[in-house]
Design a protein around this ligand. Structure first.
Ligand code: NAD
Length: 360
């Protein structure tokens, strides 16, 4: 198979972690007989330095022409980087919002998986973390409260602010379909999260999710109120497989789910549109404090590449091989600084990439 991938190394540790993910992809291609066509383009601070803007039409066109985009991370230290002297729409993060919009990426996927070898980093009680967990938060990314009409007015000397939460049934249906499709590739359970006891938008959400569920009789569906879900994530995270939810609930719950793993350098993510196309990136930022020191953990980016193999290319065996290589490296006791613990062997970003590629 030919894999056309556009890479956006980005800023800070971005180029270092993307280089290691490419190394692993090259090994996958060699072992499984695929042809890799990878092209680098600029975005974020690197694009500001080269072209004066965080996202160019050329970068958008290159991404649109590819099957998938693999991204490092963008941005610098907001306190010291000159990029943050620019107006907000010319700063690095504007590039990220711009490309998500240009590519119509409405579904954001963030897995939260507790590796037994890293269980000590999990902030939950040992009797809860012992059970482990392996969930995926599927968040609607282009609708809801963050995109509704908003205004602040002063009436009779009193300031009043209004935000609106709007969803139409088509927006709900397309994300629900993605959620059920992905549950089929996992353990076959969807927990749809809403606030249907209060919000009309949630009542519509629940009704449409129930309609979509009829096409997936092999997937188990449950509805969970968002406040209960926030509690269950710390009480019994093992119960969840796919959590399907709207934009703001997903923003909050995905951060909660990632924090209970305790290891930011391990967390991958994907943003998908209604084709097989996706943008894959680690959940963490550009870590300017450790950039250029060969100290970054490339695993989140490598796992994002595994998601790309699974969701954009349907290469499940190849994705499994990458995930298994990560498990094996951890089992063999190799750690980057962010996940280091007593008795393990400290390695840099490059060596971690080599160790992962060796295990494919
Ligand atoms: P951050 O995630 O970059 O860093 C937080 C802490 O985690 C730092 O101590 C960092 O060294 C560490 N860390 C992060 N990733 C690591 C890795 N792979 N290996 C080892 N340690 C790692 O968050 P921040 O400091 O708040 O943000 C830095 C910059 O990143 C900002 O400009 C921010 O806007 C940007 N950012 C970009 C994205 C993105 O590109 N999607 C996401 C979040 C933040």
């Amino acid at each position: 198979m030919e894999l056309h991938i556009v890479c956006i190394p980005g800023d800070g540790i971005g180029p270092e972690i993307v280089a290691e993910a490419k190394k692993v992809l090259e090994k996958v291609a060699e072992k499984y007989g695929h042809k890799l066509d990878m092209k680098d383009v600029l975005m974020g601070g690197a694009s500001i330095d080269a072209y004066g803007v965080p996202l160019t039409d050329e970068t958008v066109a290159a991404a649109k022409a590819a099957d998938a985009v693999l991204m490092g991370s963008i941005g610098g230290d907001p306190n010291t980087s000159p990029w943050y002297q620019l107006p907000p729409d010319r700063r690095p993060e504007a590039g990220l919002l711009g490309i998500r919009k240009a590519l119509n990426l409405f579904a954001n996927l963030r897995p939260a998986y507790l590796y037994p070898e890293l269980a000590a980093a999990c902030p939950l009680k040992e009797e809860i973390s012992r059970a482990g967990f392996d969930m995926l938060i599927m968040r609607e990314l282009t609708g809801g409260l963050y995109f509704g009409e908003r205004r602040t007015v002063t009436e009779n000397g009193v300031r009043r602010a209004v935000d609106t939460l709007t969803y139409d049934e088509n927006e709900i249906r397309r994300i629900a379909v993605k959620g059920f499709e992905i549950a089929r590739k996992r353990r076959g359970k969807v927990s749809s999260v809403d606030k249907a006891n209060v919000l009309d938008s949630s009542r519509l959400w629940r009704a449409v999710v129930n309609e979509v569920a009829k096409d997936y009789p092999d997937v188990k569906l449950e509805h969970v109120l968002v406040d209960n879900c926030a509690m269950q994530l710390v009480k019994d995270p093992a119960q969840f497989d796919v959590i399907l939810t709207e934009n703001m609930f997903g923003d909050i719950l995905s951060d909660e789910a990632s924090m209970v793993t305790g290891s930011i350098g391990m967390l991958s993510s994907a943003s998908l549109n209604d084709t097989k196309f996706g943008l894959y990136e680690p959940s963490h930022g550009s870590a300017p404090d450790i950039a250029g020191k060969d100290a970054a953990n490339p695993i989140a980016t490598v796992l994002s590449a595994a998601m790309m193999l699974r969701y954009s290319f349907d290469l499940d065996a190849e994705a499994d091989a990458v995930e298994e290589a990560v498990r094996q490296v951890l089992k063999d006791g190799y750690r980057t600084g962010d996940i280091m613990s007593k008795g393990c062997t400290l390695v840099g970003c490059r060596q971690m990439g080599d160790l992962l590629a060796e295990r494919i």
